[in-house]
Design a protein around this ligand. Structure first.
Ligand SMILES: *[C@@H]1O[C@H](CO)[C@@H](O)[C@H](O)[C@H]1NC(C)=O
Ligand SMILES: *[C@@H]1O[C@H](CO)[C@@H](O)[C@H](O)[C@H]1NC(C)=O
Ligand SMILES: *[C@@H]1O[C@H](CO)[C@@H](O)[C@H](O)[C@H]1NC(C)=O
Ligand SMILES: *[C@@H]1O[C@H](CO)[C@@H](O)[C@H](O)[C@H]1NC(C)=O
Ligand SMILES: *[C@@H]1O[C@H](CO)[C@@H](O)[C@H](O)[C@H]1NC(C)=O
Length: 271
């Protein structure tokens, strides 16, 4: 009787030792890994002949500890077409379906197409559409992250040398305004990407072009660099993602020093 009690206690102790050493001690047992659902236009989307943004580079190279991601970026999308065409309900549906196993986040980045005159979307309407996206995400319930528009790589010559043309200032200000109205976390990708592009200059910046004359969309290497920039910014502003999102050290260092970086060969674990 005594010996069986003793062996039970020993078994219980060794079981506890095994489970506690198998789990990182800083993670509460109840926490689920993060899942990122990326809503946006072609500057978020998967690389294709018609577009390519930061989304796949972010998903392929910065997620850890069981975190996952899915890119819903749609070439040519505005805040109006993304909802009307059904993409938005897919984003919400996928975020909702992930709930049993994940803690879902939805990134929201629009503006490149909304600002085009042909879209006929006023800044007030754009802002209201973003605020509504935030509300919809919270209803899932998931965590919304507003993202200001990735900078285009068009430069103008100034007395200080070549500088990025700030042609996304209107939609950037509107996205920040929407974040403030909705009390939503945002990352200022427009500012951070512009700063980096000003540091490295046009010749290096153009190596991220999807094709030599496309100064808007990113090739795979550009996706990795700017996807890692998004990870850097998320670590600064989004609480709770630190364990799941971490930029590659070399890229984060190059970005913080304003030094050009071009991923050589294959960087992502999925390539
Ligand atoms: C998830 O998104 C895909 C498109 O990528 C869509 O076909 C599917 O219906 C979505 N799932 C849900 C539950 O909404
Ligand atoms: C632009 O949108 C406004 C407001 O929705 C509408 O009244 C107007 O007819 C639209 N113009 C064009 C050219 O579609
Ligand atoms: C800026 O100046 C450089 C060097 O003189 C020139 O090659 C380039 O085309 C100019 N860029 C613009 C946008 O004017
Ligand atoms: C984080 O959010 C604050 C506003 O709350 C903003 O001023 C700042 O630019 C954001 N930082 C990054 C890295 O995007
Ligand atoms: C991301 O991974 C997919 C799947 O392996 C690959 O086809 C794609 O080229 C990668 N893209 C980037 C930008 O890393």
């Amino acid at each position: 009787m005594l010996s069986s009690l003793l062996s039970f206690i020993l078994l219980a102790i060794s079981y506890q030792a095994t489970t506690s050493s198998a789990l990182p001690s800083h993670r509460p047992l109840s926490s689920k890994p993060a899942a990122f659902f990326l809503a946006g236009d072609s500057t978020t989307a998967t690389q294709s002949s018609g577009g390519g943004g930061w989304g796949d580079g972010f998903i392929n190279t910065t997620l850890h500890n069981g975190a996952t991601g899915k890119n819903f970026g749609h070439n040519g999308a505005t805040t109006v077409s993304f909802r009307a065409g059904g993409d938005w309900s897919w984003v919400l549906g996928n975020a909702s379906a992930s709930l049993p196993s994940y803690n879902p986040y939805v990134t929201i980045q629009f503006g490149h197409n909304d600002q085009k005159p042909a879209a006929n979307i006023s800044i007030a309407e754009f802002t209201a559409n973003l605020v509504q996206f935030v509300k919809d995400v919270r209803n899932v319930p998931a965590t919304p992250i507003l993202v200001t528009s990735l900078s285009r790589r068009n430069y103008e010559n100034t007395t200080d040398g070549p500088r990025i043309v700030e042609n996304l200032a209107d939609v950037t200000a509107a996205a920040i305004n929407a974040a403030q109205q909705a009390g939503c976390t945002y990352i200022n990708l427009n500012q951070a990407s512009e700063n980096y592009l000003n540091e490295i200059g046009p010749d290096d910046a153009y190596t991220y072009n999807l094709n030599p004359t496309d100064y808007t969309h990113l090739n795979d290497e550009g996706s990795i660099v700017f996807g890692n920039l998004v990870a850097v910014l998320m670590n600064q502003n989004v609480t709770g993602v630190g364990e799941y999102v971490s930029p590659e050290e070399e890229i984060a260092e190059a970005i913080s020093e304003g030094v050009y970086y071009f991923p050589e060969g294959c960087e992502g674990e999925f390539c």
